[in-house]
Each structure stands twice: as C-alpha cells, then as structure tokens.
Design a protein around this ligand. Structure first.
Ligand SMILES: *[C@@H]1O[C@H](CO)[C@@H](O)[C@H](O)[C@H]1NC(C)=O
Ligand SMILES: *[C@@H]1O[C@H](CO)[C@@H](O)[C@H](O)[C@H]1NC(C)=O
Ligand SMILES: *[C@@H]1O[C@H](CO)[C@@H](O)[C@H](O)[C@H]1NC(C)=O
Ligand SMILES: *[C@@H]1O[C@H](CO)[C@@H](O)[C@H](O)[C@H]1NC(C)=O
Ligand SMILES: *[C@@H]1O[C@H](CO)[C@@H](O)[C@H](O)[C@H]1NC(C)=O
Ligand SMILES: *[C@@H]1O[C@H](CO)[C@@H](O)[C@H](O)[C@H]1NC(C)=O
Ligand SMILES: *[C@@H]1O[C@H](CO)[C@@H](O)[C@H](O)[C@H]1NC(C)=O
Ligand SMILES: *[C@@H]1O[C@H](CO)[C@@H](O)[C@H](O)[C@H]1NC(C)=O
Ligand SMILES: *[C@@H]1O[C@H](CO)[C@@H](O)[C@H](O)[C@H]1NC(C)=O
Ligand SMILES: *[C@@H]1O[C@H](CO)[C@@H](O)[C@H](O)[C@H]1NC(C)=O
Length: 805
C-alpha cells in the first residue's frame, strides 16, 4: 500500500461494526459500466460477453472475437489487445482500468484484498447497508499456529466463496492481492501478524494451501493447460522479495535497500514464492517497495522476468506494490530516472500491472519516444486478459452464479472463524493442570483486552459480521466480574489498577487479558522492543500478587513478547497466546479455557528474550550470525541462544508419546562421470567425506525419505498433536542451519489411543544446504531426521552416500 494511504489505511482498519442484521433482499449483479449517453444500461451483468449487454450498448457481440468462446484464451486476449489504441492500452495498465467503451469493455478495479477474510482496504471492495460485513478470520499468524494444511485450504475456500458472492453483488473484484508470504526475518516487523512466521517451509506450505483454497475450481485442480485453468478468484503472493521492514528508527521501507546474500535469498526470502508459483499455481505475484542490493524489486528484470516468469513459469500477472513506482522515482530517485524512464524499465522488467498511476502518466510517452516497445505493453495486457478470462470475467463461471448474500457471514463460515482460532491458540504454561477450568466458577476478567473487539481482527481486516469479545463469551459460561485495570493497550498509568486488584482478590480464578494492538505493531509500525506496552507488566504483577485464586494470563499479539516475568512467576499458573483471534475470538478462548477444545497450537516464531533487540539492528538482513559485528543469528534455524519460548513450542491438556519407524536409513547414489563432487566447508576437527556433496541441479533427486510415526495419547483427554519434522545436517559443516522444518502433520488422537502417521518427503528438498554462493547442495554423511522438539522427540540417522569412480 502506498504512503498516501498510510493514514487512511490505519483509520479503515480501526473502523468496525458491532453487528448487523442480514437483509433478505438480494441486490442484482452489477458491473461498473459507462456513464453518460448510455447511462448504466448494461449494469445488470456479472460478466462482459453477454449478447444482450452488448445490444444495450448498441454493439453487436459477433463483431468482437474476444467474446468468441470457441477461441483459446490466448487468442481472445490477443484479439482484445490488438483492437486498442496506445492510449487505450495505457489506460488499462493500472489498478483502476478505465475500460474501452467502443469495445464494450467495462471499467475494472484490480485491487481487492482477502488476507483473512474479505477486506475493504483496496478500492475494489466496499461494504454498505446491504452488505455491512464479511467473516473476519484470525490474523494469519494465529491460523498458522494451527499447523493444519486442511484448515488453511478450507480458509481459502470459504474466503473465496464470500469474495465471489461479493463480486456477484457488485461489491468486490475477482483479483485479491493476498496472501502475504514474506518470511519474518526479524519479529520487530509490524506486519508479522499478516504472515506465517519465520520458517520458510511453513510460510510456503501456508501459501500453497491458502492459494489453492482461494483459486481452485473443484474438479479442475489438475488441468494441465495452465493458461486455461479456471480460477474461482485470482490470488496474489506478495511482497517479492526480501521485504520485512516497514518503519524502524529512521529506516523506511520505501527507500530501504535490503543488502541480501544470494544464500539467504535462495534459502529463505524467495523460497515461499517459488512454491507459491510452482506448487500453488498462483496467478499473480506482487513486487515489493524496497531495493534489493541496489535495484528496486519492481525494476529488476532478473527477479521478475528471469525468475518468476521464465524459471518458475508463472501463469498470471506481476503487479507492483501500491504507488511503488512513485516510490522508485520520487523517494528512491533511482538512477535519477524520469517517470518515463522508470515506467519503461519496469514494464521491460516484466511488471504487467501498476498499482498507482505512473503507467497512465508516462507509458505513452515512453512508447512514443522509443524507451520501450509497444509490444511489451501488449504482452503485459495479454497476461492481464488471459487471467480475467480464466476467472470468468468475460464468460462467467456457472457454478458460482448463485452465490450471494446468503453466502456472506454464513453460520458455517462464522463457525470456521471460531474453529481456526482455537486450533491456533498456544498453551504456554499450565502449572498443576489449572486449565481447563470447570464451568460455573466465579471468574474475574482483568486487563485492557478482556473486552476486546476490533483488536481481535488485527490489520488487513474488513468489517466483521459480529464480534464476540472474551467478556461476552465468558459471561455466557461463568459468573464474571470485569475490571479493566487499563483502558487500552498503551496502559499509560495505574489509575484503574486498584479496581482490578479488588476484583481479583476474592475471585475463584482471575484471567488477565493483555497484549498489543495496531498502535504497537502494524503496517508502517515496527517495534523497538519485545516488551508489553506501558504498565501492563506492572498490572499483571500487582493483580497476581493479591489474587487468592489461580491467575491465568491471556496474551493477544501478532508476534513474540518477552513474558519471562510471568513464565517464572509461580502465582501465574497458566499462559495462553491467542494471536489476534478474529471476530469469534472470545468464543475460541473460552472453548480452550473451559476445555471444550484441547489446545494444540505451536509458536510460528521464536519468542526471544528482550535484550535480543539490542544485539543487532533490524536492518541487517543476514539470517546467520555475523561474528565480526557480534550479531547473533535469526530464527530457530540460526539463533542458538536462550529464548523465552522456542519456535514450535506449545503444550496440550494431554501428553503424547512418539515411536518412529524409518523405512530406510541410507540413500546410496551412483554418480556418473558428469556428476561432480563439490566441496563443503567442515570445521577443523571434523573430517569431510571423500565426496562431500553434489549439486541438486546435477541429480535426478527422486529419492524420498519415508517413515512412520506412531503417536500415542498417554493422557486422559482427547487431543490433536502437531508432528513437526526437522532435518539436521551432518555435524561439522560450517555456516549451515542448526535444523530446518521439512514437514509437519496435525493428527487427532483420542485419549489412550495410538494413531500412525506416514511421512514421505523428497530427499533433495529436505536435506539440502545452500552454500555461501547460492548453490543448493545435497551433502553426504549422516543427517538426522527428528520428529518433535527438545522436550519430546524421536529421531533417526539417515546416511547419504555417493558412489563414484
Ligand atoms: C436491471 O434488472 C432489474 C431487475 O431485473 C430491472 O428492474 C432493471 O430495470 C434492470 N436495469 C437495467 C438498467 O437494465
Ligand atoms: C488431482 O490430483 C490429485 C493428486 O493426484 C488427486 O488427489 C485429485 O483427486 C485430482 N483431482 C481431480 C479433480 O482429478
Ligand atoms: C537528475 O535529473 C535532473 C532532471 O533531469 C537533472 O537536472 C539533474 O542534473 C540530474 N542529476 C544527476 C545527478 O544526474
Ligand atoms: C500521455 O498521456 C497523458 C495523460 O493522458 C497526457 O497528458 C500526455 O500528453 C500523453 N503524452 C503523450 C506523449 O502522448
Ligand atoms: C465491551 O465492549 C463493547 C463494545 O465495544 C461495549 O459496548 C461494552 O459496553 C463493553 N462492556 C463493558 C462492560 O465495558
Ligand atoms: C454471580 O455472583 C454474585 C455474587 O456472588 C451473585 O449475586 C449472582 O447471583 C451470581 N450471578 C449468577 C448469574 O450466577
Ligand atoms: C491515565 O490514563 C487515562 C487513560 O489513558 C487518562 O484518561 C488519564 O487522564 C490518565 N491519568 C493520569 C493521572 O495520568
Ligand atoms: C552460538 O553461535 C555463536 C555465534 O556463531 C557462537 O560463537 C557460539 O559458540 C554458539 N554457541 C553455541 C552454544 O553453540
Ligand atoms: C505430561 O507429562 C509431564 C512429564 O511427565 C507431566 O509433568 C505432566 O503432568 C503431564 N501432563 C499431562 C496433562 O498429563
Ligand atoms: C484440521 O482442520 C480441519 C478443518 O478445520 C479440521 O476438520 C481437522 O479436524 C483439523 N485436524 C486436526 C488434526 O485437528
């Protein structure tokens, strides 16, 4: 989003409606059309190529081959583009495409958002009295904590159903610029809440599943001609690439030059994008504001045309972040380019659509003065129209025509919002099994978020159907006393502490709801510390001190917070992290607290200790430790220091035990004479194998890692367990990761039962290391495959051996 939208954005995301009644009147389909002579004659259609629509416009549809369904999408798009004048083409190359009256092509607004529900952040979506809201699911970071691929795909499916229904009602586009699949290198990033956290594999896995949920039309998932594969809605993986800093001290994302090694690029920043395109068949990628090694991401033809289109074979379009070209010209002053120079370069680099208006300002001049050929513009527009054909903009998709009001905020969608949050909630502490509580106990709710509503939906939200705050949900189950203690997250003084302490004193149980909100972490707002805001920690300490009954802490936040003081305080018996849990958050938290649902979420980011932020600047891009500067590493893959809670942490109301059976414990690969052994740096005390590694590109890479895990629920209650699978490289290799996630599955196991889960993973992808120059290698030697974390795990050694002559 652009800088001019900063304030608007912030205001929009704070807006809310408490609840609304579903109107029974279904409005007709709308297609933004031509005003003037023909008025809105043709407004009653959801797609372009309608004979009667053309007739109303005084045109004969037969004259327009782009409406001829017997032709391929490529041919139709080519026909449409070839009918336009240069000026008409230019007018279609920005997010508010003007349409071409004489061709019967209406205006189209490309910018809609659907990160965790249909959002009105872009001009493509609006809410009004007839459609006052859509289901607001938890912030992505919490849905990610569920580590459940089925859930992620289901979320995508339901969000696209609401999106398509809103499109039918004239209130949304068909092109949604979601999800955000940036890997969180540094959790100070205010947009961490929008993402799937710090692990590239998890981020990629979420991206692929959410994109498939949004885009796939049932029964056509496997169509091999990807230029004609229909789409339910079009989704967009953003922001490409190495973007995870907004505003930190004097660093601004609009001018930030991310200095990134090829190693980190391959291994971390770009890897989810590759999976999004190759495995998710996403139909759009958005390039980011920042520069990468001195070149604006949207101007880099190697990154756009070279990688996304040629190497990964994107079927769809590449779009700029909003007002990103303005940023390149006016903020970065890149190469001192004029507008016409800059737009020529981005178009040439492969940028098909601009969110902004520099293409309309200057592309005609660029073409007329020979800075870029008109052919490049034709190519870009063809990508756009093939996409709009696939998503049914010209012909409609019969299966979705009947979606409407009844499909927005439907009961099962609201139930899914509740389900997603409780699947993600992470139990961090539970002394003496204080949780779950028995219903009916007298409970005191304290803290700035005890009656949270808007706070629960985080950023990139829309307007929810209806909020259920913790106070409302708990009041329906128990006898509740409420005393806020602090009016809001900033908790700037202790004026209301005494009230809260009085209420806590004789309560059977006290639950304290604390955390951040969008004034602490959001787009444009990075954090400078990992502490609870204001006097919240003091409130917790004082309330815990006076409480006679057990104290439970519930943390709402989009990222890690140093709550070591609470973890170590014996008066605080239990701690839950609930992210930003969405419009049903109150119910989801109550479901967990009262044991209606046994929590099984896992942390998707490392919970660092507070002094971590003093050890390295947010602007250093390296994932690995930088010994010369004394910087520690980042993420569980490269940070070896102590933490408040590690990545992947999360408890349950029961316990599980694992038994692991590998199907083979060695992989032997015969090399031919064209496959070379590569060196790998080993520590001095460790002898390197005679053939230390081979390039992945040189191998067929069809070996798999296969094993079974028997999971036994050894406790007294049913529960779901996330089986996290890591690979650890052979010991002694210098400068590689400590471990890396290579897979996970969530499995439900009834108390006393055992379930067997099978894993099968590609050996090259799962055991690879990326060397300092960016080569992907499969090292020989003894790798470790581990299921689970430090406190509960099972593992085996897997030997990789090269046979060569
Ligand atoms: C649109 O459809 C409605 C309902 O069918 C009808 O009443 C209205 O006249 C139509 N409007 C136009 C401009 O055709
Ligand atoms: C698509 O392929 C997957 C994997 O082979 C299969 O499970 C699925 O049933 C197929 N879908 C259709 C519609 O053929
Ligand atoms: C940048 O461009 C402006 C306008 O074209 C020109 O006046 C100025 O000299 C240029 N500066 C540099 C450093 O090239
Ligand atoms: C390009 O289009 C803009 C906006 O319509 C117009 O102001 C400008 O004169 C055009 N330039 C050329 C060279 O045609
Ligand atoms: C809880 O929040 C709602 C919505 O903001 C508000 O209407 C209500 O008065 C609050 N309840 C209390 C007890 O403060
Ligand atoms: C809640 O507790 C108070 C004080 O003990 C009591 O007066 C009230 O009746 C209880 N309310 C409910 C709904 O149980
Ligand atoms: C304490 O904070 C509240 C809410 O922010 C504010 O209204 C009040 O004036 C503050 N009181 C003092 C003594 O600063
Ligand atoms: C952790 O990493 C640092 C920086 O590379 C290194 O100096 C230190 O020895 C490591 N500590 C452990 C316990 O491995
Ligand atoms: C799980 O196992 C740990 C370690 O044996 C034990 O302390 C704890 O009470 C068990 N928890 C449950 C819920 O059974
Ligand atoms: C994963 O999510 C789906 C969809 O919500 C749910 O039906 C399923 O039970 C979940 N799996 C586990 C093991 O919890």
């Amino acid at each position: 989003m652009g800088k001019s939208f900063r304030f608007l954005l912030f205001c929009l995301s704070i807006l809310s409606v408490a609840s609304w009644a579903v109107s029974t009147q279904q409005s007709r389909l709308l297609m933004d059309d031509f005003v003037g002579e023909y008025g809105d004659l043709a407004k009653n259609y959801t797609h372009v190529c309608h004979e009667s629509r053309y007739a109303l416009l005084g045109l004969d549809i037969k004259n327009f081959a782009f409406c001829d369904k017997s032709l391929s999408y490529e041919e139709r798009a080519k026909d449409l583009v070839s009918r336009m004048t240069l000026q008409e083409k230019v007018m279609q190359s920005v997010h508010t495409a003007s349409g071409v009256r004489r061709l019967g092509l209406p205006e189209y607004s490309w910018w809609s958002e659907a990160l965790h529900g249909i959002s009105n952040l872009g001009p493509g979506v609006f809410f009004d009295e007839a459609i006052p809201g859509a289901t607001s699911f938890p912030a992505v970071i919490l849905s990610t904590a569920a580590f459940n691929q089925t859930l992620w795909k289901t979320l995508g499916r339901v969000v696209s159903t609401e999106g398509r229904a809103m499109y039918n009602l004239g209130r949304a586009g068909l092109t949604f610029w979601s999800p955000n699949i940036n890997v969180v290198r540094d959790t100070r990033w205010g947009r961490t809440q929008e993402t799937s956290g710090e692990d590239p594999f998890t981020v990629g896995e979420f991206g692929v599943n959410y994109v498939r949920g949004l885009q796939d039309v049932e029964g056509t998932e496997n169509v091999t001609d990807l230029n004609s594969r229909p789409l339910k809605v079009s989704s967009c993986c953003k922001h490409y690439a190495a973007y995870d800093i907004d505003a930190w001290l004097d660093v601004d994302r609009h001018t930030f030059d991310a200095r990134v090694s090829e190693q980190d690029m391959k291994e971390t920043f770009v890897s989810p994008f590759e999976r999004c395109v190759r495995e998710g068949d996403v139909s759009s990628v958005m390039c980011s504001f920042n520069q990468i090694n001195g070149i604006p991401a949207c101007s880099d033809s190697r990154l756009l045309k070279g990688v996304i289109r040629d190497e990964w074979d994107l079927h769809g379009y590449i779009v700029s972040d909003c007002y990103g070209l303005e940023v390149i010209v006016d903020n970065q002053n890149y190469l001192n380019d004029s507008k016409a120079d800059a737009v020529a370069k981005t178009l040439q680099a492969g940028l098909d659509l601009e969110c902004g208006h520099y293409y309309t300002d200057a592309l005609n001049e660029s073409v007329l003065t020979g800075k870029v050929s008109q052919y490049e513009l034709d190519r870009a527009l063809k990508n756009l129209y093939v996409l709009l054909l696939r998503v049914g903009y010209f012909d409609g998709i019969p299966a979705y025509e009947s979606l409407g009001l009844k499909d927005i905020c439907a009961a099962d969608h609201i139930e899914l919002a509740r389900e997603a949050a409780r699947q993600g909630i992470v139990l961090l502490k539970n002394d003496n099994e204080v949780l779950p509580l028995k219903p009916g106990e007298k409970i005191t709710l304290v803290g700035p978020h005890a009656n949270a509503t808007q706070v629960m939906i985080g950023n990139y939200a829309g307007l929810p159907c209806k909020y259920v705050s913790p106070l409302e949900a708990f009041s329906a189950i128990a006898n509740v006393t409420y005393a806020t203690g602090c009016l809001d997250a900033s908790c700037s003084n202790d004026t209301y502490f005494s009230e809260a302490k009085k209420a806590a004193k004789y309560a059977a149980v006290t639950i304290i709801f604390v955390g951040t909100d969008l004034s602490i972490e959001a787009e444009f707002i990075d954090r400078e510390d990992f502490l609870l805001p204001g006097n919240q920690a003091e409130l917790i300490k004082q309330v815990a001190e006076v409480s006679s009954g057990p104290v439970i802490l519930v943390v709402l936040s989009g990222s890690n917070i140093d709550i070591a003081f609470a973890k170590n305080n014996p008066k605080i018996s239990a701690i839950l992290w609930v992210g930003f849990p969405g419009e049903q958050g109150g119910h989801s938290i109550a479901d967990v607290v009262f044991g209606k649902y046994n929590p099984g979420g896992r942390l998707p980011v490392t919970w660092y200790e507070a002094d971590y932020v003093d050890m390295l600047p947010m602007s250093s891009m390296s994932l690995r430790p930088v010994d010369e500067l004394g910087y520690p590493g980042r993420t569980y893959k490269f940070f070896n220091g102590s933490t408040v809670y590690p990545f992947g942490y999360g408890m349950s109301y029961t316990n599980f035990s694992y038994s692991l059976t590998p199907s083979k414990i060695s992989i032997d690969i015969d090399l031919n004479k064209f496959q070379k052994c590569r060196t790998v740096a080993y520590t001095e005390d460790q002898m390197a194998p005679s053939c230390p590694a081979v390039l992945l590109d040189d191998m067929s890479c069809d070996d798999t890692i296969e094993f079974e895990v028997a999971v036994t629920n050894v406790g007294r209650v049913d529960g779901s367990e996330v089986l996290m699978v890591y690979s650890l490289p052979p010991s002694g290799i210098v400068g590689t990761h400590i471990k890396q996630v290579i897979g996970f599955q969530k499995v439900f196991v009834a108390a006393g039962d055992t379930e067997t889960v099978k894993f099968s993973m590609n050996a090259c992808k799962s055991l690879r290391i990326v060397d300092s120059t960016g080569y992907s290698l499969l090292p020989s030697g003894s790798h470790t495959i581990r299921v689970g974390d430090d406190s509960n795990s099972a593992s085996y050694s897997l030997r990789v051996k090269y046979n060569y002559n």
